[in-house]
Design a protein around this ligand. Structure first.
Ligand SMILES: Nc1nc2c(c(=O)[nH]1)N[C@H]1C(S)=C(S)[C@@H](COP(=O)(O)O)O[C@H]1N2
Ligand SMILES: [Mo]
Length: 372
């Protein structure tokens, strides 16, 4: 198989070890289902190289019995399902928040997101077969093969979300086996939740009466008020990031683009954890006036993003394009990154703004030799 660097040659790399990279936004907007080579990678540790023949998933269900499932077991004992869903890092768009005041973590642009047709089995089917019944305040804790600061990666989700029909243990992405960097041979896919709750390279899962005590779950990926900093943050009081907020981004034109006056096509994505996108407004003047974009959404995919497009008539000059989405509850996004700034730089979901400069339109038959 090709190397990671070859497969992901188009991505913008934030770090090599651990490997973290995102696609240029125009690539992201090129296909509703993001090809694997354009899909961002977020890793906290090494990228395990696992043998699918000897891989086993340890399952500790509700009856105290331990089970070990092979890939063959997953493929043959449970119905195969495909769910088109968006996966997104809680740190997506952190770069905008960093512009307000320093934040920790990689400066992701708006590309720490992607949408795929995920194929695998419903986690709920597997849990029910293991004797788990819905109820009480239970959690499903996952453990993975990669190590983060000397411990296996681990995270958990509430049992109700584990039992929901959209939540999968996936072995394929867009019809192909998972790439090593996306969790081969099997990962969780928890649509609508922050990417951190979709562990890759699964090794074990257990039903328990409290969330995982792994530091990834217990300490990281918490939302804090703006007056809390690294020294004063108490993870027990931080809000655990599960469902992702309403968000939108302009993918084209790119930041700093030099355009010609006239009609300019503006395109991007909008996304919401668990609500439909009902409207996307796009501005050519920093939000003083708005036009509504045309929306494109895959049928029967409530956890997948919405693509949008609009044509703006831009006069010569410097302009700030902006986008804001609206969801089915009539909610929209905050205008500024200042509104939700937090020292970890999570959940940056303000209007996405892109500055462009527009030159006078080319006049056909212009003076020969004149520079335009
Ligand atoms: N085992 C493991 N699972 C993981 C991670 C990781 O580092 N190790 N990163 C998580 C985070 S924070 C995100 S955003 C998604 C990214 O998935 P991707 O790399 O397939 O895009 O995987 C999640 N699952
Ligand atoms: Mo993430």
């Amino acid at each position: 198989m090709s190397s990671l660097a070859e497969r992901k040659a188009r991505l913008i790399v934030h770090g090599d070890r651990p490997y973290n990279a995102e696609p240029p936004l125009a690539r992201l907007r090129a296909a509703y289902r993001t090809p694997a080579e354009d899909f961002y990678v977020r890793s906290h540790g090494d990228l395990p190289d696992l043998d699918p023949d000897t891989w086993r998933l340890a399952v500790e269900g509700g009856d105290g019995a331990a089970r070990a499932l092979s890939l063959h077991d997953l493929r043959t004992r449970f119905p195969q399902v495909t769910v088109t869903a968006t996966l997104q890092c809680a740190g997506n768009r952190r770069a905008d928040m960093r512009a307000v005041a320093p934040v920790s973590g990689d400066p992701w642009d708006a590309g720490a997101i992607g949408t795929a047709a995920w194929t695998g089995v419903r986690l709920g089917d597997l849990l029910r077969a293991a004797g788990v019944t819905e109820g009480a305040d239970l959690h499903v804790a996952f453990e993975s093969h990669d190590r983060v600061d000397g411990r296996p990666y681990g995270a958990s989700i509430p049992l109700a979300k584990a039992m929901a029909p959209e939540t999968l243990l996936a072995y394929a992405m867009n019809g192909e086996a998972l790439l090593p960097e996306h969790g081969f041979p099997v990962r969780a896919v928890v649509p609508g939740f922050a990417g951190v709750r979709s562990p890759k390279w699964l090794r074990r899962l257990a039903v328990r009466d409290r969330p995982s005590d792994n530091p990834i779950q217990a300490e990281d990926y918490k939302l804090y008020p703006p007056d809390v900093g690294a020294e004063t943050a108490d993870p027990a009081r931080g809000h655990t990031i599960d469902t992702m907020p309403l968000n939108a981004a302009i993918c084209e034109p790119e930041r700093g683009a030099a355009l010609r006056a006239g009609r300019t096509r503006v395109r991007g994505y909008a996304v919401s954890g668990d609500r439909a996108i009902v409207r996307v407004d796009v501005s050519g003047n920093g939000g003083r006036s708005w036009r509504q974009a045309d929306l494109e959404h895959a049928a029967g995919a409530p956890f997948a993003w919405t693509f949008w497009a609009v044509e703006l008539d831009l006069p010569p000059g410097e302009h700030e394009l902006a986008v804001r989405a609206w969801d089915a509850a009539g909610q929209t996004q905050p205008a500024l990154p200042d509104d939700t700034w937090n020292h970890k730089g999570y959940l940056c979901a303000c209007w996405h703004r892109v500055r462009v400069s527009v030159a006078a339109a080319r006049i056909d038959g212009a003076i020969p030799g004149a520079h335009d």
